[in-house]
Unconditional design. Sequence first.
Length: 221
Amino acid sequence: MAVIEIEVIFDFICAWCYIGKRKLDKAIDLYRKVYPGGKYDTINIKWSPYYLNYNPHARSVPKSELVYERLSDMKLEQREALFKRMDQIGRSVGINIKSGGLIGSNTRDAHRLVHLSRQKPQDVQSALVENILAAYHEQEKDISSKELLKEIAVRVDHDAAEIDRWLNSDIAAEAVDEEARMNKERPDNTGVPCYIIQGYRLDGASDPSEFMEIFGKARVE
């Protein structure tokens, strides 16, 4: 039996991070089914924060406004091609990406909630990350809302009173900020998503086969 450690550096407002999570989940499921002894291995995932800071405002604003601000240097056909490609790849992993809803001034509380959930089992952490990503990218919800974050956390088996205490305080705020800062200042930083698998690195929404190859290498070291 082996232990495989994975660090996922991501931000919730990154659609490729959502797509990448689905591909990582698929790779882990496939690994457990087909790799000799894989079903007995322990795979630990650390969800590590990165702040994209797309919204320069101190309030939540419509996502559509910021998208066109950020892509203003692209021609209309280039933007449409980008959105079409993202939509096609998203649908290939069961994600229906939508452009409506609001984007908050930051994702700090969402990352802080994930940081605090590290004491929970892996499946609970994964469900928390998955549900926050789905809320933003598919359900067009504002994930800077503490009420929404509480609703999601309770749904995936967190205690309501504990969540209230976390979200209505600055617990772990400095730790998350520092981790996000360090991830952004890494000399090899190329953005998100980024996966560090026991010294091996993958960037972008990598295909399951790429994860599988690295899992095999990590297992025998």
